[in-house]
Design a binder for this molecule. Structure first.
Ligand code: AP5
Ligand code: MG
Length: 180
């Protein structure tokens, strides 16, 4: 199995590059952000709770997203592999992911970390915010908050994967095709 953690700050291009990678390598795309927005769109209790946090740019509880990933892994046992997009975001999530994959007799192959500076991230997200309907893209202070949360809670995961020799940095500036 090819299991990729596609890593990077908000607006780095994780979703954009996932679309191309899943097509080329026939992988299953697991984006916790997309799954959460699906719950919000369906008006579930989980979605309502998550929305309050997402609209402020803060993380939803580990147990919630780990449970989602567990369900998706269990229902896709025949997959060639997975792209984890926007997950894991904390140390607890990374450890939980390793144990879940171990139960399936597999493991993370690599972390691909997209590097994009803050100015470019903000620019991309504000542009998308004009017509995406994503409340967390429409307000510059929420975008800054998401970047702060990334820097303090998520960025340290680079150490987690680099300690396992699985960390690869990718320049995330340029055309979508060049980065791919
Ligand atoms: P999530 O949905 O994961 O959002 P994010 O990480 O903030 O990142 P985005 O999806 O906005 O960016 P992206 O890197 O996918 O870039 P994209 O390809 O879209 O999370 C949202 C919220 O959900 C979190 O804040 C949190 O509350 C919650 N959540 C999710 N997962 C969680 C977890 N594991 N634990 C706890 N909470 C969780 O590109 C961005 C824009 O740039 C697009 O408009 C795109 O067209 C454009 N673009 C892409 N590539 C390029 C390029 N090369 N040049 C120019 N523009 C480009
Ligand atoms: Mg995304």
């Amino acid at each position: 199995m090819l299991n990729i953690v596609l890593f990077g700050p908000p607006g780095a291009g994780k979703g954009t590059q996932s679309t191309k990678l899943i097509e080329k390598y026939k992988l299953v795309h697991l984006s916790t952000g997309d799954i959460l927005r699906g719950e919000i769109a369906q008006g579930t209790a989980l979605g309502l709770e998550a929305k309050k946090l997402m609209d402020q740019g803060i993380l939803v509880p580990d147990a919630v997203v780990i449970g989602m990933i567990r369900n998706k892994l269990e229902s896709n046992k025949q997959a060639n592999g997975f792209i984890f997009d926007g997950f894991p975001r904390t140390d607890a999530q990374a450890q939980a992911l390793d144990s879940l994959l171990e139960e399936l007799n597999t493991s993370i192959s690599m972390m691909l970390a997209l590097k994009v500076d803050e100015e470019e991230l903000t620019k991309r997200l504000l542009i998308r915010g004009k017509d995406s309907g994503r409340p967390d893209d429409s307000d510059e202070s929420v975008i800054r908050k998401r970047i702060d949360v990334y820097n303090s809670q998520t960025l340290p995961l680079i150490n987690y994967y680099s300690n396992q020799n699985k960390y690869y940095s990718v320049d995330g500036i340029g055309t979508v095709q060049e980065i791919f």
